[in-house]
Design a protein around this ligand. Structure first.
Ligand code: ZN
Ligand code: ZN
Length: 176
C-alpha cells in the first residue's frame, strides 16, 4: 500500500510540474491575445473591421485601431509609420494598404465613442473636439463596396497615396 501512495504522489508531482511548465509557456500567448485587442498607438479597443497592422520606425508595432489613428500618430510625432495591412470593412479580411479604397469622413466611426450615426442630423449633438480617430477612414478591397458605403454613409473616397500625402509622406505601405 505504501508504494502505491508513493507512486501516486510521484505522478501528482509530475502532473503539477507539467502544468506549471505549460502555463509558463502560455503566458506570452495570453499576453499577445490581450494586447491584440488594444491599439498599439492609442490603447483603444480594436474593432475587427477597422484594424490596421502598423510598425512605427523606432517605435511600437502591431495592431492599430484604424488607419486614421496611424495617420494622426505620423502627423503628431513626425515619425514614419509603415502600414502592412488594413482591414476590408465588408469582409474583415486583411488587404494591402495601397490597393484599398478609403472612405473618409462618413458617419461610421467605430473608434470614436458611441456610434456617430445616432446623432446624425442633430447638429447640436455633433460638435466634437479633436479625436485622433476622426474623421474616420474606412477601408475597402473593392471600389464598388466603397462607393456603395459612401452613398449610404457619406464621406469622400481616397487612395492610400492621398492619405500618405496628408502626413507629408510619413505614412508608407510596407513592402511584403
Ligand atoms: Zn488607435
Ligand atoms: Zn482608431
Amino acid at each position: 500500500m505504501k508504494t502505491d501512495s508513493q507512486a501516486l504522489r510521484a505522478v501528482l508531482a509530475l502532473a503539477a510540474l507539467a502544468f506549471l511548465a505549460a502555463s509558463a509557456a502560455g503566458c506570452d500567448k495570453i499576453e499577445t491575445l490581450i494586447r491584440g485587442h488594444r491599439c498599439v498607438l492609442s490603447d483603444r479597443d480594436i474593432h475587427p473591421d477597422m484594424a490596421a497592422e502598423v510598425a512605427v520606425e523606432g517605435g511600437p508595432s502591431g495592431r492599430a485601431c484604424c488607419i486614421r489613428c496611424a495617420i494622426t500618430y505620423a502627423q503628431q510625432t513626425g515619425k514614419k509609420v509603415r502600414v502592412a495591412s488594413v482591414t476590408d470593412y465588408r469582409t474583415r479580411k486583411p488587404i494591402a494598404p495601397d490597393h484599398a479604397f478609403y472612405v473618409t469622413g462618413s458617419n461610421v466611426a467605430p473608434c470614436v465613442g458611441p456610434p456617430m450615426e445616432a446623432t446624425a442630423g442633430r447638429r447640436e449633438c455633433c460638435i466634437l473636439g479633436f479625436d485622433r480617430c476622426a474623421p474616420s477612414t474606412v477601408a475597402f478591397a473593392s471600389e464598388q463596396d466603397a462607393i456603395r458605403f459612401q452613398r449610404e454613409h457619406g464621406g469622400r473616397i481616397e487612395t492610400f497615396a492621398e492619405l500618405a500625402r496628408s502626413t507629408g509622406g510619413r505614412l508608407v505601405a510596407a513592402k511584403k
